[in-house]
Design a protein around this ligand. Sequence first.
Ligand code: PEP
Length: 253
Amino acid sequence: MVKPLIAANWKMYKTIGEAVSFAREMVGQAGSMDDREIVLAPSFASLSAVAEACRGSTIRVAAQNMHWEERGACTGEVSPLMLLDAGCAFVIIGHSERRRLFGERDKGINLKIQAALKHRLNPIFCLGESLEERESGRTFDVVEKQLERGLNDISSHDIRAVTVAYEPVWAIGTGKTATPAQAGEVHAFIRKWLAGRYGESAASSVRIIYGGSVNEKNVEELMATPGIQGALVGGASLEVRSFLGIVRFGNNG
Ligand code: PEP
């Protein structure tokens, strides 16, 4: 059984002080939950301070991006070695904002996933279709290409450490959530693709989570949908109260 994973993507919000005080509060309120994985993804600047605040708890820390090289003349970039040094266990790769605003392509995303796995950082590999792609009936084609290219050369051993985050671009930060039926069918498609590529056993250890306007109100319904094994949360992860409401899915009633 894979544990569900709930990750907070804080994007370019929170100073170091704000991030640490949030992390401390989360540790106090949810830092011993062990039937689910809770992950905080602050900015690069806050990583080591947040990791320190989470030390001794079950809460893990993720970076929001990284370079695939270990070191080099790459001004402004951060390497897998640096993330490990800062205390990260996870790294978000291929977020749609990275693809759209910073021109990230599948090839580079694949190099990053390979580098993360080499260094035993657990990649959270984001993919999903735009509104235009959905409306023109291309959702499955787009998702399949992203899977094929993003996971190129990833072995059936290494794939077990990957979390796939299905994040329809039209649902990110828009308040429009995919319905459980819409998300569920793409999750099933991803699972089937993974089983075809890696076999049932490896595919069943890959966690597939959903992202796109998840909040305290819709989390129960989403998490009750077959195939949805967690959530990547942006806006609703910025306040402790709302993020706790999501993290405690299944215990809120
Ligand atoms: C995200 O940034 O990955 C995300 C899902 O954002 P939001 O929850 O705000 O839609």
